[in-house]
Design a protein around this ligand. Sequence first.
Ligand code: SAH
Ligand code: TMP
Ligand code: ZN
Length: 411
Amino acid sequence: MAQRPAEACRVCHAAITPFMTFGRMPLANGFLTRDQIPSEYFFELAPACCARCGAFQLIEQPAPDRMFHDRYAFLSSSSRRMQAHFKAFADFVLRWVLPGPADPFVVELGSNDGSLLRHFKEAGCRHLGIEPSTNVAALARTQGLQTISEFFNDDLATRLRSEHGPADAVVAANTMCHIPDIHGVAAGISRLLAMDGVLIFEDPYLGDMVARTSYDQIYDEHVFMFSAASVACAFGQHGFDLIDVMPQATHGGSMRYVLARTGRYAMSPGVATLLETERRCGLHEPLTYDRFRRDCEASRSALRDLLNTLRREGKRVAGYGATSKSTTVINYCGIGPDDIEFIADTTPIKQGTLTPGAHIPVKPHEAFAAAPPDYALLFAWNHAEEIFEKEQAFKARGGRWITFVPDVRII
Ligand code: SAH
Ligand code: TMP
Ligand code: ZN
């Protein structure tokens, strides 16, 4: 592609250039009605990986209040498996905070409908969720979970610290990678955390995305795809050490990061090992992203070929899971209503809408059950196990699954 003028890395300020573009993209959760089509918003989805600090990031990201508002379409509670994961995550955090000072205080960034936060309340902890999307925050409040609807930043942290005192843990799941001003967040967390407090967060992991060509992780909300190196670099500038890392199977391969103020806790040997693995794999090198770009293009061709063949054969194809990630796949691969009749999704707010960009109808799961297609394109591939378990009848009557991670295949 043509070289664009260099931009500055959001983490270390070195010059960066996108290694590819996915083209003009709508908002990943911009589900819309027919009358909203003329004013649909688009931006250029172009990622770069900083060769100096390893921060994988979007060059352009829509303004936060375009993405997170009173109609945010993603609900944490939509996956049963994720619910179990949040319980395990909370137990992990509680092992850090419960032995500490009496009356521990846990703050969660991006607490959504309270799927993680509720476990801190149930453990008797003082808790506070920060959730700017007011519709999902309201769902948390109905469960008695303390939630404020604002974007976390340094100013908010100042206020929270004076109103509530220091936090013993700041936690986040699939949220840190959504916030463009990483330095504002890190400064705010430093302000809010007690001296021996910990920051524990998890996000989809860059290494998994590259290894599995799961390019659908790249969309407007994911302004970063973190690695251990980029996390250490970003938070190191604010007096934090990365003291532990733990791979997670969730969302197609994630990483849990534990950080604390420099020198307060021993560093697990796993951190050095992961940093070394990232170096050895060339996770931050331009050559890796030349290859990744080619892998994305090959994946797109294979999926297009398969959908073209099925269309020629007159097969009925539906999508399964109107995920945020699917917006990238659908629009990058030029998939439209002629390829896919509809996408089934269990989230009420998505049902009856059209998908962003391609305008494929989203229907409730009942539509899938009532008239099962010949093939189901599994956009929610990260929930494959849970879905296969639920959809045994589809398979039994001859339905076939199509997946595209790590490669395009009929299952
Ligand atoms: N933690 C949940 C939700 C992840 S989606 C889960 O793992 O399922 C990301 C969430 O972060 C959204 O609910 C969004 O509204 C919220 N968010 C976005 N920017 C934020 C910010 N600056 N501070 C706090 N939350 C933010
Ligand atoms: P996620 O991959 O970002 O978690 O989004 C999952 C989407 O898939 C969400 O819109 C809900 C939908 N979904 C279903 O429709 N059926 C299911 O069984 C599961 C697990 C998810
Ligand atoms: Zn950088």
